[in-house]
Ligand binder design. Structure first.
Ligand code: ZN
Length: 240
């Protein structure tokens, strides 16, 4: 069986649709969403409704939490805050309640899923190197945990020590633990503009990163038409 793990969609409808089409062509049978469905881009309601209709295990991202509440966004960077204020207005109360009720951590099959880290999921810590990953591993009781949040696809592997592995695919080995960042559907930050997600092939114990082209010009047009900060249209082109 093949499971698609996708997240950090950030209201990018064209990227989400392209990823779901690719996953279906790849024979994916199940889906798991890593959160940050909304924020930054111009289609929060449409993306939320697609993910909700899929009825798949979904964890909460920090933008989902911020979009669902009424708290001040003053401590946030101004561009993200402006997009979240706009997002709050686009969503119905009922949609915001759905986001608010998402869980922070889920166990699916025999792996776990979290938006940021297992040690303090509500603190939204960023894992950008193997030292950051060590705290997560102390709280990881499954062999594999998938996560997102940095928008950078990455594999952290713990055998004798914790290593950061740069790869497009990884075969799961007995005796090792894996903390795998599935990258971002709607706003990749590794210099590659294409939508990113992961397919976990359970029969072959193999995790493969997929990159998918989408109609980015249409996404950019919608960002500008919505009056969102223009740099949000620029950054998706550059993959940062
Ligand atoms: Zn995100």
């Amino acid at each position: 069986m093949r499971i698609a793990l996708f997240g950090d969609i950030h209201a990018n409808l064209e990227a989400l649709e392209a990823v779901l089409k690719d996953a279906s062509e790849q024979g994916v049978a199940e889906y798991v969403c890593m959160g940050d469905i909304v924020g930054y881009n111009a289609d929060p309601s449409a993306c939320l409704e697609i993910v909700r209709a899929m009825n798949c295990p979904t964890v909460k991202g920090n933008h989902d939490e911020d979009a669902s509440g009424n708290h001040s966004l003053d401590s946030m960077n101004p561009v993200a805050a402006a997009a979240l204020e706009w997002t709050r207005q686009q969503l119905s109360d009922e949609q915001r309640q759905w986001l608010a009720r998402l869980r922070m951590v889920r166990q699916v099959s025999d792996f776990s899923v979290v938006h940021s880290t297992l040690d303090q999921p509500a603190n939204w810590n960023y894992v950008t190197n193997r030292f950051d990953a060590m705290s997560n591993f102390s709280y990881q009781f499954t062999q594999i945990c998938f996560h997102g949040h940095t928008h950078v696809p990455r594999v952290y592997m713990k055998a004798d020590k914790v290593q950061e592995v740069f790869t497009d695919s990884v075969t799961i080995e007995d005796g090792a633990k894996y903390f795998i960042n599935v990258g971002s559907v709607g706003q990749p930050r590794d210099g590659d503009w294409r939508a990113c997600y992961v397919i976990f092939d359970l029969d072959h114990q193999m995790v493969v990163f997929r990159r998918v082209e989408y109609d980015i010009a249409e996404t950019q047009r919608k960002i500008l038409a919505a009056g969102l900060p223009p740099m949000l249209a620029e950054r998706i082109q550059e993959g940062r």
